[in-house]
Ligand binder design. Structure first.
Ligand code: SD4
Length: 322
């Protein structure tokens, strides 16, 4: 059954879905345009505090953004990792795709690129993100993302000193710092009226990360993947784990080999949970005809939003998680 055009995205970010749907359905624009306009809605709305400015301050209290855009027609990619002081991360990713031969720009130099392209420099801090950082410092800077280190004796907020080279504990003692409530990257897939498929992501990452950290969201095959010949996928969750397995590319490849979107998503996440039984993550998967599915792990259930040619309105569906 053909369900094209279609928009699907992680979580119940329905304003983003509706925007993207308007772009491909009413305006008859490209899947790429739909992704950029849709994810931009979340960046402005600061969806769940984990997309856009003012969320997930790093250990220095700064919010940085990751975003990704992939064109399944040309297999071209534009992405930014840990970009500073620019609110429109997915739009900058589009500029990387359109106006450069590169795929991923990071950090302060991604900011410089954005400024050259005419974007405005703005602080990404808000009263809320400053308060989050202050509270975290008051609780002695719980070092969420360090392993095998000792804090320096005089200051529990670091610097940290390498302690042992225990490769085994770094894997086996893995505990997810994600829960149902703090991991809500937008990952979106759209197929336009011409059958072109695009995918994109936008996120401010995770709370109190080590400065310089880039998550899965801007990494091709991890945060998202699209191929007009097969379909596309987009992931959310514990990016430091997700990126080790390229689940979005895996799901697309499983569909290429004949699996349904639901099966492909489940099998992609099962590859991860085999190694990390406590990992938290979810994925939305769509084939080129607009059949879609989703899978999730480590939380109770995973809501996602969908709008396609057979629906009169945006719809939120759920999957129970493994
Ligand atoms: C990250 N995957 O930076 C992102 C976080 C996330 O929903 O998905 N939040 O690890």
């Amino acid at each position: 059954e053909q369900r094209i055009p279609i928009v699907i995205n992680t979580w119940d970010f329905t304003n983003a879905t509706v925007k993207a749907w308007d772009v491909i359905n009413r305006q008859k624009k490209s899947a790429i345009d739909a992704i950029v306009k849709g994810c931009s809605v979340c960046e402005r709305e600061q969806c769940d505090g984990t997309v856009g400015y003012g969320g997930s301050p790093n250990e220095n209290g700064e919010t940085c953004l990751d975003a990704f855009l992939m064109d399944g027609r040309t297999m071209n990619i534009g992405a930014v990792g840990s970009i500073r002081n620019i609110k429109d991360a997915i739009a900058v990713a589009k500029h990387v795709l359109l106006y450069t031969k590169h795929s991923l720009l990071v950090g302060e130099q991604a900011t410089q690129f954005a400024l050259m392209m005419g974007f405005k420099k703005q602080s990404l801090s808000t009263e809320k993100s400053k308060a989050m950082h202050r509270d975290w410092k008051k609780k002695n800077c719980q070092p969420n993302f360090w392993t095998n280190v000792l804090p320096s004796p005089e200051n529990s907020c670091g610097p940290y000193v390498p302690m042992s080279e225990d490769f085994l504990t770094s894997a086996h003692e893995y505990q997810s710092f994600f829960s149902n409530y703090n991991h809500d990257t937008i990952g979106m897939v759209a197929i336009d009226v011409n059958g072109n498929i695009a995918t994109g992501t936008s996120t401010n990452g995770v709370n109190h990360k080590i400065p310089g950290r880039v998550g899965d969201s801007p990494i091709p095959g991890a945060g998202g993947y699209a191929d007009n010949a097969v379909g596309a996928a987009a992931a959310t969750g514990d990016g430091d784990i997700l990126m080790r397995f390229l689940p979005s590319m895996l799901a697309v490849e499983f569909m290429r080999n004949g699996m349904t979107p639901d099966e492909a998503g489940r099998k992609a996440l099962a590859r991860i949970s085999h190694h990390y039984p406590k990992f938290v993550g979810a994925i939305v998967v769509v084939d080129k005809n607009g059949n879609y599915g989703a899978a999730c792990h480590g939380i109770d259930s995973f809501p996602f939003s969908v709008y396609h040619s057979k629906l009169k309105n945006v719809k939120v569906e759920k999957r129970e998680c493994a």
